[in-house]
Design a protein around this ligand. Sequence first.
Ligand SMILES: NC(=O)c1ccc[n+]([C@@H]2O[C@H](COP(=O)([O-])OP(=O)(O)OC[C@H]3O[C@@H](n4cnc5c(N)ncnc54)[C@H](OP(=O)(O)O)[C@@H]3O)[C@@H](O)[C@H]2O)c1
Length: 361
Amino acid sequence: MAPIPKGGTVAVTGASGFIGGWLVRDLLSRGYRVRACVRDVNDGAKTNFLKAMPGYVSGRLTLHSADLNVAGCFDKIFKGCHGVAHVSHIDASGSESGGYGDDDYTKMVNDHIIKSVNESDSVTRVVVTSSVAAVVSESNFDEMVKRPVIYEDRFPDSNNHRLSGYSRSKQQAEHFFSNAAEASGRWDSITCCPADNVGPIQSAHQGDRGPWQGLMKKMLYGECNPAVHGYRPWHTVDVRDTCAVQIAILESVMVQNGERHIAYNTHKIEVEEVCARIDKLLPELGFTTPDMTEDLDEKGIARRAERRAVYAGTDLRNDRTRALGITYRDLNDSLRDMAESLITVGEVKPVLRPGYSLNKD
Ligand SMILES: NC(=O)c1ccc[n+]([C@@H]2O[C@H](COP(=O)([O-])OP(=O)(O)OC[C@H]3O[C@@H](n4cnc5c(N)ncnc54)[C@H](OP(=O)(O)O)[C@@H]3O)[C@@H](O)[C@H]2O)c1
């Protein structure tokens, strides 16, 4: 199917989020018209950063309230759009069931979006945001040893009883969209599977979202637990590079319905090295790197070594996105920008060595 035309109109779900917010900014800077879908346009804490973008004042960026739990809420928004970037999480907002891992709920919310795409009569391409978690189940160590090369056509072992609800729902969403696209004959659906997104936040509320901003925030406050996530290293990608992948997918004449594209900069980094790097990258800040020594018995030391060896033996690939023309940023730039943005935009007060203070203090 046709890629979106240059300067065309793209709807972005989850536009108030970490990835969605950058996608809005980057689409605007490439000349597109953007319909940013947020839960409540009047929620200033989450939307003011979007309204401050230059495209908003001219009308090239418009904001729309839409909760994906409500059937039909995207109908009007998608009409006339050329592309849809489905970035948002799914979330049943406090109801007893719903959210990742609930198959009926997952189907319902994806059906809401698919129906609006079908009824738009204009959308030719959808990019669905999945995750590397839908490529590899990182809690299944045997599986990672058996199949250590992690690339787009790999799926987690479906018999793995420890497969997370998040991974299952992401895989289901990919299939719902590509099947619906094939049935439509008018649009296609291509998936972006991001790794662990690092880079700058644009709004304070994003500092509390996503595991990675939250973890660096804790580090800046002087807390770092190397065992978090079972010693899994961060498989990093700059949030702006994830968005470059999504835009390349929307623009490409090469991609095919149902294809997946892993957004990953090929750098895995241990949790404590992320923390130690804050001081290395920003020596002027005077950050007090917390003591990260673990008090482990022999069993604990063996467990840590075993887990780290499994992760070190895996080979997560990004060949397909490099073939799309993506050049990934230096990880140090992403970590530096993330730390600085958490301090400036997120108003985090980092623990500093005696004699140091923030310039704004
Ligand atoms: N961050 C990562 O490292 C990472 C890695 C792999 C994949 N991903 C995927 O990338 C996507 C975006 O992640 P992110 O880190 O940008 O997350 P985020 O900052 O938490 O943003 C998620 C967005 O989804 C919106 N949302 C949630 N429930 C909604 C609903 N019922 N109706 C409408 N909007 C809803 C949120 O709106 P509110 O602001 O109103 O809550 C928010 O804008 C997700 O699909 C995630 O699974 C992220």
